[in-house]
Design a protein around this ligand. Structure first.
Ligand code: AMP
Length: 394
C-alpha cells in the first residue's frame, strides 16, 4: 500500500479542496511562529501553478463550537496573502451556503480559506453531512495536514472518502514526513539511538516498544526516567514517578533485553526542593535523597548520553530531558540538541516539546528532519495506520 501523491493527479483547471495544518500559535492576533504556514507553501504553490480554483481549510486551536474571534484564522489568512501575493478570501459561513458557489465567483488573484473547521461540531465527530458540505462539488481532495492525520475528523477522513480513491492524494509535507519517519522505523543505519524523554512512560509505551524492534540504544531522560530508576530500586526522592506503571517498565526492560537494546538511565541529576522555577538547582550524583526531585539530567549523564548520540548513524529524539522551559533545568535537553547536531548520519526530531527545544537550541538547521506533527508523529512511530493517511492509500 502506497500513498497516492499530489503529482499523480491532473489538477489542471480543476476545483481543489486542500486540508492544511495551519494551527499556529497566535497571541493577541499576532502569529508567534509561522513554521506551519511556511511548510504548507510548496503544496499550495504546486496547485496554483495548475489551477486557480483552490479552497484551503484548517483547524486552529481547540475552540468551543460556534467559535470566537480569538480563534479565527484571519491572521493566518493575512500571512498567507503576504507570502503568496494573492488575496485570501476568508469564508466564515460555509455551512450555510456551499463554498463552491463562492469559489466559482472568485477573481483571478483570489483563493479561499475556510474559517476554523473546529467552529463546527461535525468536524471532530467526523460527521458525514458536514463532510459532504465541505467537499461536494470539488474535483480533488488533497491532504497536507500531517499534524492532524491521526485524527479521524471530517476534513481529514470522511470528506476524503466522499470522493473516489483516485481523486484524493497527499501533499508534499505529508509525503516528506512519511518518508522521514518511515526510514527511521523501517531500515535505520546502525547504531540507531532513540532519545526518549518527557513526562510519562504511559504516554509513550507503544512508541518505545515499537522502536525497541530496530534501535540499538535507548537513552531515557525527563520525568519518565524516574519511574525506570524507581523500578530498579534507586532512590528518586520526590521526583515525579508513575508508581502504578511499574509493570509497563518491566515490559520495556524485558523487551529490551530480548532484543539486545541497551537502555541508558541517568546517573546524576539536577534537582530542586520544589517544582518551581524559583527553586535552586542542586546537583546530585547517584540516588536522590528525600526532599529533592530530579528536574534535569546531570553533567555526567549529559556527557555519557552525548557520546552515545555522537557515535550513532541514526538518532531519533522525542521528549525533553528535563524541565527545559526553566533555564536552570534546560542544560540536559540542550546537550542532546547539540550532540544531535554533530551526528554524521540521519537525525530526526519526532514532534512535540523536543521540536521547540531544538529550535531554542539554535541547532535546528543541522537536523535531517524535524517533524511538524506532535501526536501524529508519535502515533506513526507506534506503527499505527493513521486515519488521515489510510484514505490516501492506493
Ligand atoms: P511530554 O509532553 O510527555 O514530552 O513531556 C514534556 C514535559 O515534561 C515538559 O513540559 C517538561 O517540562 C516535562 N518534564 C521533563 N522532565 C521533567 C522532570 N524531571 N520532572 C517534571 N517534569 C518534567
Amino acid at each position: 500500500m502506497q500513498l497516492r501523491k499530489i503529482e499523480d493527479l491532473d489538477l489542471t483547471g480543476k476545483k481543489v479542496f486542500l486540508r492544511l495544518d495551519l494551527n499556529v500559535p497566535i497571541k493577541n492576533g499576532k502569529i508567534q511562529d509561522d513554521t506551519r504556514i511556511i511548510e504548507a507553501l510548496p503544496t499550495i504553490k504546486y496547485i496554483l501553478e495548475r489551477t486557480k480554483k483552490l479552497t484551503m481549510a484548517s483547524h486552529l486551536g481547540r475552540p468551543k463550537v460556534g467559535g470566537s474571534p480569538a480563534d479565527s484564522l484571519e491572521p493566518v489568512g493575512i500571512r498567507l496573502a503576504e507570502l503568496l501575493e494573492r488575496e485570501i478570501v476568508l469564508f466564515p459561513d460555509y455551512t450555510e451556503s456551499s463554498s463552491i458557489q463562492l469559489l466559482n465567483s472568485l477573481g483571478k488573484n483570489q483563493i479561499m480559506l475556510l474559517e476554523n473547521l473546529r467552529f463546527h461540531a461535525g468536524e471532530e465527530s467526523n460527521d458525514i453531512d458536514f463532510a459532504h458540505h465541505l467537499i461536494d462539488g470539488y474535483d480533488f481532495y488533497i491532504n497536507d495536514a500531517f499534524g492532524t492525520c491521526h485524527r479521524a475528523h471530517a476534513s481529514v477522513s470522511a470528506a476524503a472518502e466522499v470522493l473516489s480513491g483516485e481523486r484524493r492524494a497527499a501533499g508534499y509535507l505529508v509525503q516528506k514526513e512519511i518518508a522521514a519517519l518511515s526510514s527511521i522505523i523501517a531500515k535505520p543505519d546502525g547504531p540507531f539511538t532513540v532519545i526518549m524523554g518527557g513526562s510519562k512512560v504511559s504516554d509513550k509505551i507503544y512508541v518505545i516498544l515499537n522502536l525497541l524492534n530496530t534501535c540499538n540504544n535507548m537513552l531515557i531522560g525527563g520525568a519518565m526516567a524516574y519511574t525506570f530508576l524507581k523500578y530498579k530500586g534507586v532512590n528518586v526522592g520526590s521526583s515525579r514517578v508513575e508508581a502504578d506503571k511499574m509493570a509497563l517498565v518491566e515490559t520495556i526492560m524485558r523487551n529490551a533485553e530480548a532484543r539486545k537494546v541497551q537502555i541508558h538511565l541517568p546517573t546524576d541529576h539536577i534537582c530542586a526542593k520544589e517544582f518551581s522555577e524559583a527553586s535552586d538547582a542542586v546537583p546530585v550524583s547517584g540516588g536522590i535523597p528525600d526532599g529533592l526531585m530530579g528536574l534535569d539530567i546531570g553533567p555526567a549523564t549529559q556527557a555519557a548520553f552525548a557520546k552515545v548520540v555522537r557515535d550513532s548513524k541514526t538518532v531519533l529524539w522525542n521528549g525533553p530531558m528535563g524541565v527545559f522551559e526553566w533555564e536552570k533545568f534546560a542544560a540536559g535537553t540542550m546537550s542532546m540538541a547539540a550532540a544531535m547536531a554533530e551526528v554524521r548520519g540521519k537525525t530526526v526530531v519526532g514532534g512535540g516539546d523536543s521540536v521547540s527545544a531544538m529550535h531554542k537550541s539554535g541547532f535546528a538547521d543541522k537536523i535531517t528532519h524535524i517533524s511538524t506533527g506532535g501526536g501524529a508523529s508519535l502515533e506513526f512511530l507506534e506503527g499505527k495506520v493513521l486515519p488521515g493517511l489510510k484514505v490516501l492509500m492506493k
